[in-house]
Design a protein around this ligand. Structure first.
Ligand code: ZN
Length: 192
């Protein structure tokens, strides 16, 4: 599994042999598609994607190229879950958030259980790493950020804007954040 920013740009790069294998760095080639996934966006919107499958010309391993707007193993987009986490960081309770977003209370509680302190620290590390590469100025923490989660999401958002500026892309910020966090806005990262 690899997380990719824009499916369209990835397709173009894949056809040009410009996507490198994460294992051996040889070029990946198109190799069919993974199963279609339908996930929920904000509000009543549904998002259907069929992730690209690719095969390495060197080690022959196959990869599913997961669009960064999706989270691993979740039925909602990064934008939806990120919006809920930002509301939590701003001090809202899960019942209020669930009602505001039109999601079951149990779903929102489940998301929040997947953000234990250890994972917040991991998100913070990803935020700092990307911000440092893109625009270290944003790392000066103002005093008014009470929670590490809120501060981490703020840095990730700033880094996403800096990424779009440097790469001359206009990807939705939550999509870039999905890319930065490799599909793991919620669950712990899979060690590779
Ligand atoms: Zn390979």
């Amino acid at each position: 599994m690899m997380v990719v920013g824009s499916p369209e740009q990835t397709e173009t790069a894949l056809l040009a042999g410009e996507v490198a294998c994460p294992h051996c760095s040889a070029p990946l080639h198109p190799h069919g598609h993974a199963r279609t996934r339908t996930v929920r966006g904000l509000g009543q919107e549904w998002v259907t994607v069929q992730p690209r499958r690719a095969r390495c010309g060197g080690c022959r391993r196959t990869q599913v190229l997961l669009p960064a707007a999706l989270t691993l193993r979740r039925a909602d987009t990064v934008e939806v879950i990120g919006t809920a986490l930002a509301a939590k960081a701003a001090g809202n309770g899960y019942r209020t958030i669930a009602a505001g977003m039109g999601r079951p209370v149990s779903t929102v509680r489940r998301w929040f259980r997947r953000v234990p302190e250890k994972h917040v620290h991991w998100l913070y590390e990803q935020a700092v790493k990307h911000a440092f590469d893109l625009n270290p100025d944003m790392l000066f923490r103002p005093k008014e950020w009470p929670s590490l989660l809120g501060w981490s999401l703020n840095i990730l958002a700033g880094a996403a804007l800096a990424f779009n500026r440097l790469a001359s892309t206009e990807l939705p910020p939550w999509t870039v954040i999905g890319y930065f966090t490799r599909g793991n806005l919620l669950s712990p990262p899979v060690r590779t």
